[in-house]
Structures are given as structure tokens and as C-alpha cells.
Design a protein around this ligand. Structure first.
Ligand code: ZN
Length: 303
């Protein structure tokens, strides 16, 4: 097991077992059938636990209105992680030039035009603008699974450029949103512990860009706005976040004009399970063959 306890060791073991399929770009790979089966079963487990909450299911494509990204100030905090979509909008002459440059291996980015869409940087971003206006009495609760993109190419298998997140999003007054976040922090931790994962919760911060970002991160930690549940996957010293809990206060409520029944700006919080990371944590902890996992873990997932 110890050889899998490094970045390269885990990557090689996952490839050898057919769980991930290299495609030639760092941070991007395919997923094999057993990987997807475990991921589906974990999602079903989350659904069973969340069922009594009766959240509203939503689903969005992996791209988002560029204006939503701009209004959310994502690029102010994380310019290095965003993925903006460009496309060709030229004429026949421009098209010939494009083909020529590609054939000659020359740069062709200047022949592309920025489109109205970006890759979704966090699965919950499309949700907030759909709630512009006044929320019902008890606020709103959304359940979704979506792809997120972060431009951070890496050889480290848990640091993917594109990954799926199962998210729940709560919108409402703060006396509803904060206790909901605390309830899920406990639930999320218990859920991961029930799978035999050595999980623990800790205060965390986002990877804000630049010198100003260090202050933002310190502020976020001080106010305990972000928690993560972490599991050792490629290192004991730096365990991997498999679930994160974010309290946005009134950031999205004020940006997108979301109000509570009594006219106040709504607060929001979200929590997300990084689905690929959970699956990798399971392979890392229990071995590459689910058939040989402890009975207690199999009973939770294969019910
Ligand atoms: Zn979120």
C-alpha cells in the first residue's frame, strides 16, 4: 500500500487498475467502469442521506453565462483558475489563415473571439441568478451534480482540471443557512467515516490569487467561512479535501438581488463532495479492488 501513498504511486496504481485512463494532458483523464460504479454508488449514498430534506433537483451544463462569472467576481479572486471559451467567428480568408497556421504549428489564438460562455468554475454558480427576487418563507434548497473546471494542470491525480461535484445549496436568512451548514458538516463527516475513511474536518481557505489573496484567505479562515473534510490520499501531512463547506454570507444574495420574505438580502451557503476525490480516497484507503474492501464499507455502498 505504501507505494500508492505518493502522487505518482497513486496515479500509476489507478492507471494500472484501469480506474483512470490517461489522455495526454495534465489534470485531465478518463474514468474506467469500476471507478464510475463506485462514484455512482457514493452518489446514491449521499442521495439516501439527503432524501428527508426534499431539496429541489437541478442540472446545468458544464458552461456558464460569462456575465455570471464576471458579476460573481470570480476573476477578481481566481484569475489563474478560470476557463474562458473562445471560438472562431471569422470569414473564409480568416479560416484559410487558421488552417495554415495550425498546419505549420504556428500560434493561432489571435484568430479566436471570446464567446458569451465560460467553463463553470464551481458547480453552484449557475444556481444563484435563478433565484433573483424573493425566496419562499423557508428559503430554498438545491441539489445538483455538475462539472467544475479549474485551470491548474498537475501530475497529482487528485488535482484535476475538470471534475464532478455533488452540491447542496441553501438560500435564506442567516438563522436558516448557518445551522444548515453546521448540520451538513456533521453529516458529511459521519458519511465519510462510515466508509472507513480517516476523515477529519478543518477550517480552510480558497486559493486566492496574488499578494492581496493572502489577506483574503486569512480573513476567510478567521471568520470560519470555509470548512473542509480532509482524508490522507497522497500525503499524511497534507491530506486531500474531499468535501467543502462554504458560507458566502450575503455575497451572492446582494450580487443577484436575492431577498428573503421579509425583504432582507438573502444569505447562501453550499457544500460539495468532490466525487472523483472521494473515489480516489476509497481506492487509496481500501485498495484498488472494491471486491476486496472491508465488508462494513461494501455494505454501506452496495446496499
Ligand atoms: Zn458551491
Amino acid at each position: 500500500m505504501s507505494q500508492t501513498f505518493t502522487s505518482k504511486g497513486l496515479y500509476d496504481a489507478l492507471v494500472q487498475a484501469g480506474h483512470i485512463i490517461p489522455v495526454g494532458v495534465k489534470g485531465v483523464f478518463g474514468r474506467g467502469p469500476v471507478f464510475e460504479d463506485v462514484l455512482d454508488r457514493f452518489e446514491q449514498l449521499v442521495s439516501r442521506i439527503a432524501a428527508p430534506d426534499k431539496a429541489r433537483k437541478m442540472h446545468f451544463p458544464p458552461c456558464i453565462d460569462r456575465q455570471v462569472l464576471e458579476q460573481s467576481l470570480f476573476l477578481e479572486s481566481f484569475p489563474h483558475l478560470g476557463g474562458t471559451i473562445f471560438s472562431f467567428t471569422g470569414d473564409d480568408a480568416g479560416h484559410r489563415e487558421l488552417n495554415t497556421r495550425i498546419a505549420q504549428g504556428k500560434p493561432w489564438a489571435d484568430l479566436q473571439t471570446m464567446t458569451d460562455v465560460c467553463l463553470t468554475p464551481a458547480a453552484c454558480y449557475p444556481v444563484y441568478p435563478t433565484y433573483t427576487g424573493t425566496l419562499p418563507n423557508d428559503g430554498a434548497l438545491v441539489d445538483l451534480v455538475g462539472w467544475a473546471f479549474r485551470h491548474e494542470p498537475s501530475d497529482e491525480p487528485t488535482r484535476m482540471m475538470a471534475f464532478r461535484v455533488r452540491e447542496f445549496i441553501r438560500l435564506g436568512p442567516s438563522d436558516v443557512v448557518v445551522p444548515w451548514r453546521d448540520l451538513w458538516l456533521q453529516r458529511g463527516l459521519e458519511l465519510l467515516l462510515s466508509l472507513g475513511l480517516p476523515a477529519k474536518a478543518e477550517v480552510a481557505a480558497d486559493p486566492f490569487f496574488g499578494r492581496g489573496g493572502r489577506m483574503l484567505a486569512a480573513n476567510q479562515r478567521e471568520q470560519k467561512l470555509k470548512f473542509e473534510v480532509v482524508v490522507p490520499v497522497i500525503s499524511h501531512e497534507k491530506p486531500t479535501a474531499v468535501c467543502s463547506f462554504n458560507y458566502h454570507q450575503d455575497k451572492f444574495g446582494s450580487t443577484f438581488g436575492i431577498r428573503t420574505k421579509d425583504g432582507k438580502v438573502a444569505e447562501t451557503a453550499c457544500l460539495g463532495f468532490g466525487l472523483e476525490r472521494v473515489v480516489m480516497a476509497l481506492f487509496r484507503t481500501h485498495g484498488m479492488s472494491p471486491g476486496a474492501w472491508p465488508k462494513s464499507v461494501r455494505e454501506v455502498l452496495w446496499t
